[in-house]
Design a protein around this ligand. Sequence first.
Ligand SMILES: [Zn+2]
Length: 734
Amino acid sequence: MSEGRFIPIEPPPNTKDRVFPKDGSKEIWVWQPEGDLIGTVVFVHGLWDNVRTCLRGKPYAKFKASMQTDGVPLPQQFEKSGLKATFVVPEAEVNSDTTGVEVVWRDLRQLLQAAEATGPVVALSHSAGYRTVAWWLHDPDLVHVSLIDSMYADLSEQYLAWIDRRDVGHPPHTIDLIGAGNLPHSYFKRMSGKYRGETWTEKAVPPRFVPTASVPDPLQAKVLWVDVPGYNHMKLVGGNELIPALLRRAEVALRTAGRPPQGAAQQAPAPRKPTVFEATSGDDGKDDAPAHHVVDNPLKSKLKDVPDLARMAALHDLVLRKGIAREEAVKAVQGALNQLGAKLKGTGVYDADTERAARDFQQRWNRQPAGQGRHLSPDGRIGQQTVLALDQALLDPSFGAAGRLPAAAAPSVEQINKPAPAEPGQYRLATDSAKRFSYAEGAAELSAPINSKTKKRAGPPAPPGNYHRFEDPPQVGEPHDPRRPNGTETELILDGTEWPSYSGPGGDPEVAGYGKGHSSVPVHPLLVEPLKAMLAALIEEGERLDDESMKRVLVRSGWRSVKEDGVLFLSQLRSRIEEDRTSKKPVGYGKLSFPKDLEEAARGNLRSDKARDDFLRDLAKHEGWNAELANSLWEHARSTKAPGGASPHESGLVVDIDFPYVNIDVDENTHETTTTVQWHNISRHNNKQARFSGAGMWLATHAAKFGFSSYNASIEIWHQEWLNWKGTAADPHR
Ligand SMILES: [Zn+2]
């Protein structure tokens, strides 16, 4: 098999609540088999294992000689399954057992980005790995979970809720429970009681999945229970039998997830039932013409003569995407896109330009009246729905009347004079005063924001496309608005206990945040509808204007617990002290350090006047500190990060929306300007320019109509608080 590769990672700094595992290895292993990939499988190891040991199939090797097993290396087991998916093995907890502090990857999306993998996703968890996977249960890309002797008490409600959850347009979730422990079995009983007729039990390893009259396809059962008496905890993952068998279910789950949602399929003209027949040499008289397979397919344009495309249109078993080796099909698609206005070299290589042209086509299709019946997700890939749309567009002379596709690649951010398309929209932005930029993928090295501390690029690269830059965004937001859901400023008006607060999603499946392909962060259930309405309007206008900053909006953070805010506040206090050391105008606490014995207090709930005063009095008593320095440090830290208990995010009614924007830097000495496109990454010093973007301008203009407000657009235009909670279920006085 081809070797997988190791991608080095840089974990976030250790805090009390988050520690990179000692003996963990700072890398992700990724392997992609040859062929068309249908999604991603992530394997999460258990305790006393790390990326390297679990890959070798000799878990425990480093830690407990007495427990060593001679297992088969994981890559070999993956290959044995024959599953065509990206395989990812990330670092996970090594020592922490049930505390969760060592969970490395708390955000599945970040893991996928780092591993350059895409959904849908299946997670295989061994032993304590279930604690990592629990963090991912809100991600819409996660469709199937295999818990290999891996489900213990404390997170069962979350898994049960996940299994119950059904999102419109998403496939149902499926789960495997392996291990004969009493506890897992009790969950299984709860599940099987609920999903009668949708569960499947196996009594041995490997499971055989032999159909019966009542369950025609065990591979599709909602719940699999593998009851193995006398099983060996390590042999389950090293035995080269269970994992390849489980991956058969994973494959079914990934394939189901890859199909278009049922609604879309109904709207599209139904493809005729495919029939495959052998074509012999026909009437053309060339007796020696080779026989070839022909698929009866619904295509009508010249695309119908390309076997791969014909197959895709009929069977939906192939998706053309970047890097795929299907030269003939890719060439035909490039030709079709060119005919519709793109300027691609018909190389047969599915490169970045092709991806971009495909996305442009998808977006244009969605805007056309003809597009109404079939919405294409603008992902730059060619699947069944896009092939059918391309076919239809080629036959429709009026398609493309709205304008040619933009030229594929200019190797930089370039100001362009192309006017934005003009069709009606309800929440519009006037772009007369805006400059328009085009950003092509060739400039990727400029695209990711740079972390000022590590000097490394942080966050995903900005997407190519067109961006507006406005002149004069309005100042909106009122820090003293009594409708703000929480916050230190509002203390001045009402007592803190009167504000809505939210304890987080817990086991309640309905409260998982605003997902649907954007992101998945926990928010109060009441926020889901208004947030969706606002983002849908923003994205719609972004599509009308063809502005990437608006089309790509992403909910980056929502609800945070007091504890999480506390940890962030403590690190803010520390970095303020640190910065003072090198400041040109030092306050004077730079020579001090933050007292160890006050760390817990600093992480605590500091919302009330009393808690804050007590904390500051304590700090002032420490050697070298005094009341003045303590107060100054407090104000300094609080100006960028609210203390635990005082952040509006704790209400669950507040989100931070990330978006890419055009950033122009002028060098102080040479006066040279550098134009880049980057995500603002919720970093306050990016706000100044992020406000000039399409998304920033739109939020300043229209967010209030949806009940949202940034408390101060000149500090954080992306921080949006929902003000209409009074009298709702979130209102503590209702
Ligand atoms: Zn915020």
